[in-house]
Write a protein that binds this ligand. Structure first.
Ligand code: BTN
Length: 262
């Protein structure tokens, strides 16, 4: 394994990468504004499906809900994959992305992770990875999608001091440094498998639901200015969270930030 603070090795990534198209062309940058921007620009320029953009550091990494995604240089996997999904598959991409992360973590570290609705990935209750799906549309039809994934791989506990939520890294949980190239390779492999499964109409939704951590728990959901509390009863076929309010109403939520009520 390379030294923990070595630059990401795109050639090491390619070793044993047996995908059909995801990651077959991978562009690596030491520093970018965001891998999402690099992928989007390439997509607009006609890049092919599966092209992947990786960085060791981002100046303006983006998270869901307009948040910033911060990671110290050379500690994480920061990548974006260009996909050209149908309008049926597009809404499932957040499930595809989180399942890919769960599988990659399990393959590389042997650790079981869980999905916090909609697509945060947790290890022992702390956030270890997140995914962001951005798209370009012609009317209702997706022209392309950019699936961005950030995984905390070799961060130390002090690297998370300014975050609002508890976070961790693979190396903290494993007690040893982890190869970023191995994590990226497994991510790309799993992403392709789940994407192909979604295209084939397989039960991506059921697998995603089976990994959700908060179903059956009392939670608080923040969505913009709105804060709702209730029982996280289930998710529907479109992946919306079904929140049972104390007045008995069942509210389907499309987006938000869920925390366990204490
Ligand atoms: C979230 O948890 O809110 C989603 C985080 C997604 C972060 C990744 S890092 C690689 C890609 N580039 C970005 O700017 N964001 C995604």
């Amino acid at each position: 394994m390379p030294e923990p603070d070595a630059p990401f090795s795109a050639s090491l990534l390619q070793e044993g990468l047996d995908t059909r198209f995801v990651g077959k062309t991978a562009h690596y940058y030491p520093l970018l504004t965001s891998t999402q921007d690099a992928a989007r620009e390439a997509a607009l320029g006609g890049a092919t499906e599966g092209e992947t953009f990786l960085a060791d550091e981002q100046r303006a990494g983006r998270g869901r809900l307009g948040r910033t995604w911060r990671a110290p240089a050379r500690c994480g996997v920061l990548l974006s994959v260009l996909l050209r999904p149908s309008s049926i598959v597009y809404p499932k991409l957040f499930m595809v992305a989180s399942l890919a992360v769960v599988d990659a973590i399990s393959k590389v570290t042997g650790l079981p992770s869980a999905i916090k609705w909609p697509n945060d990935v947790l290890l022992r209750g702390k956030k270890v990875a997140g995914a962001l799906v951005e798209g370009e549309f012609a009317g209702e039809a997706p022209l392309f999608a950019i699936v961005g994934i950030g995984v905390n791989v070799n961060m130390a506990p002090g690297d998370f001091s300014d975050l609002l939520y508890p976070a961790t890294s693979l190396s903290i949980e494993l007690g040893a440094p982890v190869s970023r190239e191995a994590v990226a390779r497994e991510l790309l492999r799993s992403l392709e498998q789940w994407y192909l499964a979604a295209q084939a109409g397989s039960q991506v939704h059921d697998s995603w639901r089976a990994h959700l951590s908060l179903l059956g728990e009392r939670v608080t959901v923040r969505s913009g200015e709105e804060v709702l509390s209730g029982l996280a009863e289930d998710v529907d076929s479109e992946g919306r969270l079904l929140l049972r309010l104390d007045n008995g109403a069942l509210v389907p939520l499309v987006a938000g930030d869920v925390t366990l009520q204490v």
